[in-house]
Write a protein that binds this ligand. Structure first.
Ligand SMILES: [Ca+2]
Ligand SMILES: [Ca+2]
Ligand SMILES: [Ca+2]
Length: 202
């Protein structure tokens, strides 16, 4: 019984290192360079100038017209996000299961990372606490999502996104996923049933 409960807790807490998830990306607004640069796996060195060939970049007079939507193809448990962005702007990430109802995941403050405004250029930032690029403002509780959106919401109106990577776990195939409390109760119930069957069988 105790072992079964322990296994259920382990299952729900997931692996220590979530997997990098594949995405397709679409975007609204006007920007420079091929959109595929934002999920090609290449993260340019930090301090790379914002308007470089390795980055999708845009200037829209502060109207915030450019928005990226990353599609995981199915619901996943999204655990961490890594981005490479121009260092001196604020950006917002949101998540959704239907690309219609969106909830804030985190907001990156302008110059929130270790690349100072004087240095300028790209800064790699992640919600992964064990990483050297960890930015506490990006930390979030794991969320079930299929879509992640990303947009600039403030700064100097010269923005860049060079990479956005989503890390997470596949969901169990028997969806909908029960809430943690429900799953524990279910595991306990199954164990109790098995126990009583064993007793009856003696
Ligand atoms: Ca890239
Ligand atoms: Ca960094
Ligand atoms: Ca900027």
């Amino acid at each position: 019984m105790r072992n079964l409960l322990f296994a259920a807790v382990l299952l729900m807490s997931g692996a220590a290192h979530a997997a990098l998830l594949g995405t397709t990306v679409t975007a609204t607004g006007t920007y420079s360079n091929p959109l595929g640069l934002v999920n090609d796996g290449f993260i340019p060195p930090e301090t790379t100038p914002w308007a470089s060939g390795t980055n999708v970049f845009w200037s829209d007079g502060g109207n915030n017209t450019v928005r990226f939507v990353f599609d995981l193809g199915a619901d996943f448990l999204v655990r961490d996000i890594l981005v490479s962005v121009d260092n001196n702007d604020a950006y917002r990430a949101q998540y959704s299961t239907d690309a219609s109802n969106w909830t804030d995941l985190f907001i990156i403050p302008s110059a929130g990372g270790e690349i100072s405004p004087i240095q300028g250029g790209l800064d790699t930032l992640t919600s992964e606490a064990a990483s050297l690029e960890y930015l506490p403002a990006m930390d979030f509780a794991g969320q079930i999502a299929r879509y992640i959106s990303f947009e600039a919401i403030g700064g100097d109106s010269s923005y860049a996104l060079a990479e956005l990577q989503i890390f997470g776990d596949e969901l169990p195939v028997d969806r909908p996923v029960p809430a943690p409390g429900t799953a524990l109760l279910l595991a306990a119930g199954l164990a109790a049933m098995r126990f009583s069957r064993q007793r009856r069988g003696r």
